[in-house]
Design a protein around this ligand. Structure first.
Ligand SMILES: [Zn+2]
Length: 219
């Protein structure tokens, strides 16, 4: 079972938006996983092979326990049955406790499509019919991250202080050398840090109210 799973559109989405959260989760002994829906072949001038190599490099730095790379076309992914069906067995395979994906208010149509796909697939994957052993599964929480604060005007619901892993997060972003994303990641982390009263942070958006089982989680 994976504790924290992200489903993204492109090889660098996670590192920009939530790389610090993944690094922290790993240091806290949690199992982390990533499913990337496209090979990123339309991003910048890089070839598909280059982006795949960069993704593997970054995944190694993140220390992922689970990784799958799907073959939907970059800048050509759409919400539909094919994408939902591709995701269902992978969600059942790793049965994540917390599921993260891109916020649907975003300039990039692939990001929107992935967000919708994850919502539908996580619902259908929770039906017993899709379980080999009849076991129940649904994530404790489905949350979103966002790298496009021009389109997504909502403020984050949760801010995670990433000061302790900030340099490692930037190294993960720099692993995607063809995409020149470090400056973007720095500005996002500074803005979320400003909102959170710390130096650097990452933001998460809730779908439903967050339920806490221990009062200690408030402190
Ligand atoms: Zn992207």
């Amino acid at each position: 079972m994976i504790d924290l799973l992200a489903v993204t559109a492109h090889p660098d989405d996670l590192e920009i938006c939530a790389g610090g959260i993944f690094l922290k989760a790993k240091k806290e002994g949690k199992k982390t996983g990533l499913i990337i829906c496209t090979r990123g072949e339309s991003g910048g001038y890089a070839q598909q092979q280059t982006r795949e190599q960069e993704a593997l490099h970054a995944n190694g730095l993140l220390g992922l326990d689970y990784f799958r790379h799907l073959d939907f076309p970059d800048a050509g992914m759409f919400f539909g049955q094919e994408a939902v069906d591709a995701l269902i067995p992978l969600l059942r395979e790793c049965s994540p406790k917390i599921l993260l994906t891109l916020h649907r208010d975003d300039y990039h149509p692939d990001h929107v499509a992935v967000s919708q796909t994850v919502e539908a697939a996580s619902f259908v994957a929770g039906l017993k019919k899709h379980s080999q052993d009849g076991s129940d599964w649904k994530p404790k929480e489905l949350m979103y991250f966002s790298g496009d604060l021009r389109t997504n005007k909502r403020g984050p619901d949760i801010l995670v202080n990433i000061e302790d892993v900030y340099e490692e997060k930037l190294a993960c972003c720099a692993a995607h050398a063809s995409q020149n994303i470090v400056g973007h990641a720095e500005r996002l982390a500074e803005w979320f840090g400003y909102l959170g009263g710390c130096k650097y942070a990452e933001g998460l958006y809730l779908r439903n109210p967050l339920t806490l089982n221990q009062a200690g989680s408030l402190f």
